[in-house]
Design a protein around this ligand. Structure first.
Ligand code: DGY
Length: 321
């Protein structure tokens, strides 16, 4: 029997996923869950046939150019692949896959948590209680924005966007969206399509971002576009920080143009723009959209499925390059 392929696994994965990897591959695991530098990653990749990274490993064009020839597949445990230079991988003939679908429910849960938390001032309230500074109740105390019945605008009506729309309907929200193309009617489920972002933004009491980070979507939410949102709108981001111009968003939150923002993703994580921390009207989470036990298992198994297909000589289901 030929040797099992060597797979470099860059982060500590759920037990059941590591057990499957150890059974089917010569898996190089990261028991201590250390965040590797690019140099460490490249050194560990020496002798590997494939890599199973997360979004924390930045596989730039330079890094991909230095990967050993033996590495033929990068099976990401993430739906987002902005940490991998897909063009560089393609030109070296390295197959790249991701893990779509399996994290849509978990991420939409966090989108709703952010939406509700930002609207109802959850961070401020929680801090007050923990700091023993809650002294009184009055009709004017901690008044926020009601969610029920409002207009929810969704940018990127892919899998996560569509689940978020469904959850929004549970709060009697009217769904508006912008996407490259309108969805078929059965998927649209009454949502109103806007061909341009500029058409969508004035219709949004709440705006939730669900598009991938690409060179085209960098700083998509900039000062000009924020100005098109209704005064007092609320912005939610569970996609990627790169979609937002931080300075513009922070200025709009500071001026009161926007009532609040709920953010799970940031530019330059975890060293986020300090302006977000200084604002009372931000509800901030540390990139935990897909962080449930069920979803982590499912993401890991999906990455394994892609590896299995590749090493069996088949086209992996989730090939992105
Ligand atoms: C994803 O899958 O893209 C999540 O952001 C976690 O990496």
């Amino acid at each position: 029997m030929s040797e099992k392929p060597v797979v470099l696994v860059t982060r500590k994965l759920p037990e059941a996923v590591e057990a499957r990897l150890a059974r089917d591959y010569q898996a190089v695991l990261n028991a201590e869950d250390r965040l590797y530098t690019t140099e460490e990653l490249l050194a560990l990749a020496d002798g590997a046939d494939g890599i199973l990274p997360c979004h924390t490993e930045h596989l730039s064009a330079e890094a991909i150019a230095r990967l050993p020839d033996r590495v033929r597949v990068v099976a990401n445990m993430s739906v987002g692949v902005d940490h991998v230079d897909l063009g560089a991988a393609k030109s070296r003939g390295i197959v790249v896959t991701n893990t779509p679908d399996v994290l849509s429910d978990a991420t939409a849960e966090i989108a709703m948590l952010l939406l509700l938390g930002a609207a109802r001032r959850a961070s401020e309230g929680e801090r007050l209680v923990r700091a023993r500074e809650w002294r009184d109740w009055s009709p004017a105390f901690m008044v926020g924005t009601q969610v029920t019945g409002k207009r929810l605008g969704i940018v990127g009506m892919g899998r996560v966007g569509r689940v978020t729309a469904r959850r929004g309907r549970g709060f009697d929200m009217t769904i508006h969206y912008h996407n490259r193309r309108p969805l078929p009617a059965e998927q649209e489920d009454g949502a109103v399509y806007h061909e341009t972002l500029e058409d969508l933004l004035p219709q949004c009491d709440f705006l939730s971002l669900h598009c991938p980070a690409t060179p085209d979507s960098r700083n998509l939410l900039n000062a000009e576009r924020i100005a098109l949102l209704p005064d007092g709108a609320i912005v939610v981001n569970t996609a990627r920080g790169a979609i937002v111009d931080d300075e513009a968003l922070i200025a709009a939150l500071g001026s009161g143009k926007l009532a609040a923002a709920g953010l799970d993703v940031f530019n330059n994580e975890p060293d986020i723009h300090p302006g977000y921390r200084d604002l009372a009207n931000t509800f901030l989470l540390p990139h935990i959209g897909s962080a449930t036990r069920e979803t982590r298992d499912a993401m890991g198994f999906r990455a394994c499925d892609n590896l299995d297909a590749f090493f069996a000589g088949h086209e992996p289901g989730d090939r992105v390059a």
